[in-house]
Design a protein around this ligand. Sequence first.
Ligand SMILES: O=C(O)CCC(=O)C(=O)O
Length: 294
Amino acid sequence: MIYEPEVWRRAYQDDGFIVVPGLLDQATLSALYKGLEKIIENREELTPALKEKLFLEREHVKNNPQYYAGDLTPEDCGDAVRQIEDLPLFDAVFARLICYSPMLDVLEAIFGSPEFSFNYLIGRPKAARVGNGISDGHFHRDTPFEEFTSVNTIVVIMCLNDMSAENGATEFIRGSHQVSDEEAKKSYWRDVDRDKLDLEERVVVGCSAGTGIFFNTKTLHAAGHNRSDRPRHAILSEWVGPNVLPTSPDRYAYQGLRPRSKEAVYRKQLEMSIPTPPLTSGSARLAVSLPFIF
Ligand SMILES: O=C(O)CCC(=O)C(=O)O
């Protein structure tokens, strides 16, 4: 990864998203890919509490016949996994990702402060042929789904496979984050028809495995279906700016950690929560199961 905080900051401010090639080095990319595949392949061996954190494509298709009638049935999806919540509980490789320096460098630059905090880390393994996008690939803002004291939140998509239009790439409307927080929170932004948008500003991300995509959750974005014959795995992580606090009664595992904080108490919290040298691979702990958007 090329370290260019000024370029990141400017692009984030102007466009509402940035694409950072080579965010994940080869060893990290490979360890994350193996970790995700291990969860998917050994699903039946997970503890009941961890099993509950998996959400399957067949359930999503059953819940949303309006998107798939005549195209895809729940049975077509087999055991394909759609989402894995609270990834850090499954394996130390994911817990350590909360402290991954290159990602924290970008976050610190675009938040403009070291006092940002961790919200969640989830897996989005879009299976070959039957992996599905969000809301049938419609554009949306994440802001109306979120519950925080203020709107200063960033999602990071870590691409574990190459991403292109054929496998359901993420799309953005460049500059669409430039609306008031109040406007961005309106519920009609949960699902927007393409004909209501300025598609001249549409950007379809094409990138290699290991790329990181960082976006302001006010930015209009979309994620399509994967009908290619290869998986399109990604890991998503959300972070919130200084003094942004959750207002919902639910919490994700490790939520609130501040891995770049200058305050001694947060450094101590990090060291005690995710000890170094790293936890051994395969260790898992339990936490409450939280719902996500579907
Ligand atoms: O996975 C992606 O490409 C984007 C995900 C997305 O749209 C969302 O989580 O709101």
